[in-house]
Design a protein around this ligand. Sequence first.
Ligand code: PYC
Length: 310
Amino acid sequence: MHVIDSHTGGEPTRVILDGAPDLGSGPLAERARRLATEHEAFYRSVMLEPRGQPAMVGALLVAPVDPTCATGVIYFDVDAVLGMCGHGTIGLAVTLAHMGRIGVGRHRVETPAGVVTVELLDRNTVTVTNIESRRVRQSVAIDVPGYGEVTGDVAYGGNWFFIVDPSPIPVNPGNIPKLTDMTVAIREASIAQEVGGEEGEPIDHVIVQDASPDTLVHSRNFVLCPDDNYDRSPCGTGSSARLACLAADGRLTPGQEIVQESVIGSTYRLSYQPGRNGGVIPSITGQAFVMAESKLLFDESDPFRTGIKA
Ligand code: PYC
């Protein structure tokens, strides 16, 4: 199985070029459902240690249904198949450029959540124009065991987010273990209390926001992913959901650009345009760097060939 690894603001992406199970040629959402339900062992073996690493997201290249797209892609982490992934799309564009498959300019990419646009600005810098993102619930209070009442917004940016602003715990690298414990508890409480999307979709990511010490930065976030790892980047789909909340609150105008920082200090430039359905069309600009091109081997006699399941 040939893979190319990159990182976007510190968050790893593994693009899978061949050797994956056949998911058919249906709509990408259907192929993503098949990956999630029929091939869990495959995607876990690619993401889990010792082959994978914590926080890594896989990007499985598939043929697009829409022929105007440069590629189709299905994203996953060790615990879930994702609707969309912003940092992964930046990593994917830089990887396709590294392979000579795309050049500087605009390209369309099909994901299970819909078609997104990538603009390759130089070999490392990409602007992703995401699917329409929206806030669906404002200031919802949930009772979080061990933390009391926590209030946040539910918003969609390609994945489902519960966004708490301001964070009850300061967002800084020294607090990562505490932030992880708290956001896991928030996600579990949101699921137990049935706080989710319009059609009962469960919250899969939690964001807590804080101020940044850098006056040029709008805010700093900590983002919990489905595999209980934190996003090293400011999270593209999370930033999209956050833009929808800022727009709905009248705190950001169309075209106004802000800098969003992650807990480790990597940044995205963000802005939006109004969407057709009352939400926002987010623009996310970030940088990715290719780190490795490898061939993954799966030896039948290796007791850990499907990964370490802790
Ligand atoms: O950038 O959208 C994102 C993302 C989702 C999970 C990890 N990163």
